[in-house]
Design a protein around this ligand. Structure first.
Ligand code: ZN
Length: 184
């Protein structure tokens, strides 16, 4: 059994076949972006001194949802917005090399990880003959997973600032954030 999602052919929204690949379309959009772009003259240190860890979900527009502007924050995204070793790596660099102090964690309703289990990993191993080194980090309860993520950040020995760590669930149907009370 293959565990990859089925991939419909690339199409425009009107159903007509697309010319070129989706990446070609992105490159064209970038040419228009760059034509209007002005060098903001910023350095790499986020203006608001905050790092946001969030799911990669396509329905979560972090900058729009949080009123963020270019240069305001670090955004660290992965499947689930999980605090993995690599997330800690990015947060450590964010705080120690680039001056951030606050951490915001965002999970969301309807997350793709809610339906998965570690069976995903076992099926993957059976299919490709190699065991992945990473955990799927699936979860069944959004709030408890947000709390676990907050705890992983707060207890990391590598981070300089763990006093302002807050976790939220973003509702993809209303656009609203709901804070999850953490055990500080
Ligand atoms: Zn998600």
């Amino acid at each position: 059994m293959s565990i990859s999602a089925s991939q419909p052919p690339s199409q425009h929204h009107d159903g007509a076949p697309a010319e070129g690949t989706v990446t070609d379309r992105l490159v064209e959009a970038n040419e228009r972006y760059a034509a209007a772009f002005r060098d903001p003259g910023m350095d790499a240190r986020p203006v608001l001194k905050v790092a946001v860890v969030a799911c990669m979900d396509a329905r979560l527009d972090l900058h729009a949802a949080l009123g963020l502007e270019l240069g305001d924050c670090h955004t660290i995204r992965n499947a689930g917005g999980v605090v993995t070793d690599d997330t800690i790596r990015s947060l450590t660099i964010s705080q120690r090399a680039l001056g951030t102090r606050s951490v915001v964690l965002i999970h969301h309703t309807g997350c793709g990880l809610l339906g998965l289990t570690e069976d995903f990993r076992h099926d993957l191993e059976a299919e490709v003959g190699q065991r992945p080194s990473w955990a799927v980090e699936s979860f069944k309860d959004l709030d408890s997973d947000v709390r676990q993520s907050m705890q992983r950040v707060r207890t990391s020995p590598f981070l300089l600032h763990t006093d302002d760590v807050r976790g939220f669930v973003f509702d993809v149907t209303t656009g609203l954030l709901r804070e999850v009370a953490g055990r500080a």
